[in-house]
Design a protein around this ligand. Structure first.
Ligand code: SAM
Ligand code: SF4
Length: 334
């Protein structure tokens, strides 16, 4: 038996997020500039390499795999990869295989995803207004995403909606979004905008709508109960008593969630980020391409986990963005 991955702060790493591409069919304003330069295709790990790497993590105790990007469903051959990963569900080593997607391709893929053993998907959707949706995503079409969400539900997938809270953009849609999710049976999580990418500090700060304020507005309308439930991630949950709905809050800025962090992030080029909010990175592509023996690869993974930092340094508190990361969310996968 392989010993599990335990970091210097006694956190066992059970959750791997994998960005399978940096490309996307949208250009969300908080995520990418309109004229993004993407990585040369040759830099990307092949699907076989992704398989070998993810399988190594599963051997070392990872139980949950979240596939993200960029937009994971625009990666060519993604179903081949997911089908291959489903063997780890079959063996019982992997407990969950899931995706975070913008939903644009779900109409095409939902049924296949269900057949690969995917049970839930997170779909990013910040607004139900077609014009605002087009403005936020630049290239996206709301109706296509809504059709995708319907297809996912029809295929038996549970859908969780992730909405980035954007000051002056979707503030007026708080209740419409909550009510729509309630009617459709989707869980809903709000995310605070994070200082990523290259849009400039001022832009990020202008968009920042603290979830403490969002929560206070919810509490004015509903009775809300804090739930104990923790997923090892940054989300905290409440239940709306009147409707029974569960609402999540991801508040990297206003709440420190690092103490229970059980996750690491792999980029599409084989870099391992031990923390979303720190620059330290481990190269797993070299040991991967160094030969067919997995021992050096496993040693590199263990060495990386031994460097996992205690936490991140994001901070908006002084009206400037401290600890800002220059890399894009599409690189590390959010
Ligand atoms: N393309 C997929 C999607 O949009 O769901 C997966 C990748 S996307 C980078 C993952 C998540 O990161 C999305 O929910 C997106 O809204 C979120 N995101 C991107 N940039 C962000 C930022 N600057 N702050 C907070 N969340 C961000
Ligand atoms: Fe694409 Fe997701 Fe980034 Fe939007 S948030 S540009 S959908 S990767």
């Amino acid at each position: 038996m392989n010993a599990p991955l335990i970091d210097p702060f006694a956190r066992t790493i059970r959750y791997l997020r994998v960005s399978v591409t940096d490309r996307c069919d949208f250009r969300c304003v908080y995520c990418m500039s309109e004229h993004m330069t993407f990585l040369p295709k040759a830099d990307l790990l092949t699907l076989e390499e992704l398989d070998r790497l993810c399988s190594a993590f599963v051997r070392l105790g990872v139980q949950k795999l979240r596939i993200t990007g960029g937009e994971p469903l625009v990666r060519k051959g993604i179903l081949t990869f997911l089908r291959a990963m489903s063997r780890h569900l079959g063996s019982g080593a992997l407990h969950e295989l899931t995706l975070t997607t913008n939903g644009s391709q779900l109409g095409r893929f939902a049924q296949d995803l269900a057949e690969c053993g995917v049970r839930r998907v997170n779909v990013s959707l910040d607004t139900l207004d077609p014009a605002k949706f087009a403005a936020i995503t630049r290239w996206g079409r709301l109706d296509q995403v809504l059709d995708g969400i319907t297809a996912a539900r029809d295929a038996g997938l549970r859908v969780k909606i992730n909405a980035v809270a954007l000051k002056g953009v979707n503030e007026d849609e708080l209740f419409p979004l909550v009510e729509w999710c309630g009617r459709e049976g989707h869980d809903l999580t709000f995310i605070e905008v994070m200082p990523m990418g290259d849009l400039g500090n001022e832009g990020r700060l202008e968009q920042y709508w603290p979830l403490s304020d969002l929560r206070a507005r919810l509490a004015a309308q509903y009775r809300i109960n804090d739930l104990d439930e923790r997923t090892g991630g940054p989300a905290r949950y409440v239940r709306l008593e009147e409707t029974g709905q569960k609402i999540g809050f991801i508040t990297p800025m206003t709440h420190n969630f690092c103490e229970s962090c059980n996750r690491v992030r792999l980029t599409c080029t084989g870099e391992l980020y031990m923390c979303l909010g720190q620059e330290d990175v481990a190269d797993l592509r070299a040991p991967l391409r160094g030969g067919v023996d997995d021992a050096p690869l496993e040693a590199a993974i263990r060495a990386a986990i031994a460097r996992k930092p205690k936490g991140h340094d994001f901070d908006y508190s002084r009206q400037r963005v401290a600890g800002r990361m220059t890399r894009h969310m599409s690189h590390t996968g959010g």
